[in-house]
Design a protein around this ligand. Structure first.
Ligand SMILES: O=P(O)(O)OC[C@H]1O[C@H](OP(=O)(O)OP(=O)(O)O)[C@H](O)[C@@H]1O
Length: 179
């Protein structure tokens, strides 16, 4: 299944030329494609065979689409991670982790509801893309601060430097070079 999924992810991805020699990724074709949507959850879960996560954690916004697909494939639950300032504050107590600079060079704070992660949890971070790894690094810190076990990061595209992927146990279905 995996070679077909990889090919399908490549076939349904586009770069959009926004001028000034700048290309931005258009990932919407992945979600529009029933085959990708139906198989990407199991595909990402399969990057961590035997890991048996109890919870999948993903940042908004794309992670809210992708994370639950992986959670279902793992028989795990799902916890949302919000970006500070992106919406009205969450009412429940939160646990936060700072991202000094993301792939755009912007600082961020990522937060999850404190009560949803416990020392019994084995947590898999899921996202569509890892670029510098800064957000996954912050999420790993958030998870361990909560007392839970960080298993790694499963992403569709891993374009982190190899040392960063190894440090953070990031595994991808595709590399940046595949696109
Ligand atoms: O490895 P990093 O440098 O931390 O970058 C990775 C992040 O960048 C993208 O998010 P984006 O900010 O584009 O938000 P989105 O989820 O709304 O697409 C992607 O979905 C990851 O969350």
């Amino acid at each position: 299944m995996l070679p077909d999924l990889r090919e399908r992810l490549q076939a349904t991805f586009r770069w959009t030329d926004v001028g000034d020699d700048l290309l931005v990724s258009d990932r919407s074709g992945w979600w529009r494609d029933p085959i990708v949507l139906g198989s990407v959850g199991a595909g990402l879960a399969g990057l961590f065979p035997g890991a048996a996560p109890t919870v999948v954690v993903s940042p908004e916004v794309t992670g809210f689409l992708l994370g639950p697909l992986v959670a279902v494939a793992c028989d795990a639950g799902f916890v949302e991670v919000y970006r500070a300032g992106a919406r009205r504050p969450t009412a429940e107590p939160m646990i936060w982790a700072d991202v000094p600079a993301d792939h755009r060079g912007d600082a961020q704070r990522l937060g999850a509801r404190r009560a949803l992660l416990t020392s019994d949890d084995r947590v898999l971070v899921v996202d569509d893309w890892a670029s510098t790894g800064a957000q996954i690094r912050a999420l790993a810190r958030l998870i361990t601060t909560a007392g839970a076990t960080y298993l790694g990061g499963a992403v569709i595209v891993d374009e982190c430097p190899a040392a960063v992927s190894a440090e953070l146990t990031v595994r991808g279905l595709l590399t940046g070079a595949d696109l």
